[in-house]
Design a protein around this ligand. Structure first.
Ligand SMILES: C[C@H](O)[C@H](O)[C@H]1CNC2=NC(N)=NC(=O)C2=N1
Length: 92
């Protein structure tokens, strides 16, 4: 099981654009319309399956919110940080 990160480790390791929200990290990815967001969410789903680590994804018009926590550990771990970084890679 992954170890929980300390507050300092989380603050230092948060990827660009991500914020801490309690025991989760989150980022709202912006798009020009709805379907690009749907495509992005699908790609995040593929990353999640590859990592076997699954975010909460909320799709609205022009925005996809991704929220990550490690349920098995009850908080934020390296798995969350790593997947957040990979989400950034496919967005930028
Ligand atoms: C049973 C299955 O292996 C677990 O639920 C995996 C799958 N995906 C997961 N996703 C997330 N975000 N946290 C987990 O602890 C987790 N564990």
């Amino acid at each position: 099981m992954s170890d929980l990160l300390s507050d300092d480790e989380i603050d230092r390791q948060l990827p660009n654009g991500w914020e801490r929200d309690g025991e989760e990290i989150t980022r709202a990815f912006e798009f020009d319309s709805y379907l690009p967001g749907v495509g992005f969410a699908s790609a995040v789903g593929g990353l999640a399956e590859e990592a076997w680590h699954h975010p909460e994804i909320t799709i609205t018009w022009g925005e996809v919110e991704v929220r990550l926590t490690t349920h098995d550990a009850g908080g934020i771990t390296e798995k969350d940080i790593e997947l957040a970084g990979r989400c950034n890679e496919i967005y930028e």
